[in-house]
Design a protein around this ligand. Structure first.
Ligand SMILES: NC(=O)c1ccc[n+]([C@@H]2O[C@H](COP(=O)([O-])OP(=O)(O)OC[C@H]3O[C@@H](n4cnc5c(N)ncnc54)[C@H](OP(=O)(O)O)[C@@H]3O)[C@@H](O)[C@H]2O)c1
Length: 253
């Protein structure tokens, strides 16, 4: 039986963050979520359990004074904030999950990098915080602005450079899907079909070396990634960069 822990999930109201909160609650951990709006805007099927189990903190990862006091007593931090497109594709992807205002536009530098660096710095200064899980990404999307990945790699380097003070857990998933967000399912099916074409048909030879090659990576179920994050926090031996096979193994453990 794992020891009870207290974790802060930065972005705990988001797509990935909610699943992390659920997975941690299932282990009996104390869960705090930090986001600008507090509790999730859209109802989830098990919203009642999530709503009562998580302490929803309104604050801004870019403003340490809004969450400093909540880090005290935490064993670990999960960072699950970021944008794939600066002009916000989320309104479309979230359309099947209820109504709600779309999130404010943010730059890659602010959302993907600076929020993480800000929280990680404060985490390093806070006694007792031992692990920092960062939801990075594998470079799987052709033709996306390269700053999506470069800002994430900047954070990874910074976390690894301070590994003596804070155990870095860096996850590099590709596309994530969940039945809770119905529009993610056909995208995941398309990703899977492309991978089969790439791996098992002559088309793969044609596409090798083109920008489309990197799209031949498996989509992951959001809940599996969340379980992998929680399992990684719980195992002091796990640190560094976790690629898709590592995430699959940890998530299934
Ligand atoms: N979804 C995928 O398929 C996928 C694939 C690979 C990697 N990732 C990575 O996974 C991470 C999470 O993605 P997601 O899809 O879960 O995003 P999301 O649904 O948009 O959630 C983002 C969360 O961050 C919060 N947030 C945004 N700015 C903040 C700030 N300044 N301070 C505090 N909280 C803030 C949001 O709440 P408020 O707006 O209320 O602040 C929300 O809770 C990102 O880094 C993304 O790049 C996602």
């Amino acid at each position: 039986m794992a020891a009870a822990r207290r974790i802060l999930v930065v972005g705990g109201s988001g797509f990935v963050g909610q699943a992390v909160c659920r997975s941690a609650l299932a282990r009996g951990w104390e869960v705090l979520s930090l986001s600008r709006h507090g509790a999730p805007e859209r109802p989830a099927a098990d919203q009642g359990r999530l709503a009562s189990g998580v302490q929803w903190i309104k604050g801004d990862a870019l403003r340490p004074e809004t969450f400093r006091e909540h880090l005290a007593g935490c064993d670990a931090v999960v960072h699950s904030v970021g944008v794939l497109m600066e002009n916000g594709y989320k309104g479309l992807v979230n359309a099947g999950a209820g109504s709600g205002p779309s999130r404010a536009a943010a730059t890659y530098e602010a959302a993907n990098r600076d929020t993480a660096l800000s929280v990680a710095q404060l985490a390093r200064e806070t006694a007792g915080v031992g692990a920092f899980a960062y939801v990075s990404a594998k470079d799987t999307i052709p033709f996306i602005d390269p700053r999506y990945i470069s800002t994430k790699r900047e954070v990874e380097r910074e976390l690894l450079a301070h590994r003596d003070r804070l155990r870095p857990i860096i996850l590099r998933p590709g596309f994530m899907f969940s039945p809770a967000r119905p529009l993610t399912l056909p995208v995941a099916a398309g990703v899977g079909a492309f991978q089969v074409l790439f791996d098992r048909t002559p088309l793969g030879c044609v596409l090798r070396g083109t920008p489309l090659e990197k799209a031949a990576s498996p989509a992951l179920r959001r809940e599996l990634v969340a379980d992998a994050i929680v399992a990684a926090i719980d195992d002091p031996q796990v640190e560094g960069i976790l690629e898709i096979p590592d995430i699959e193994r940890l998530g299934a453990s």
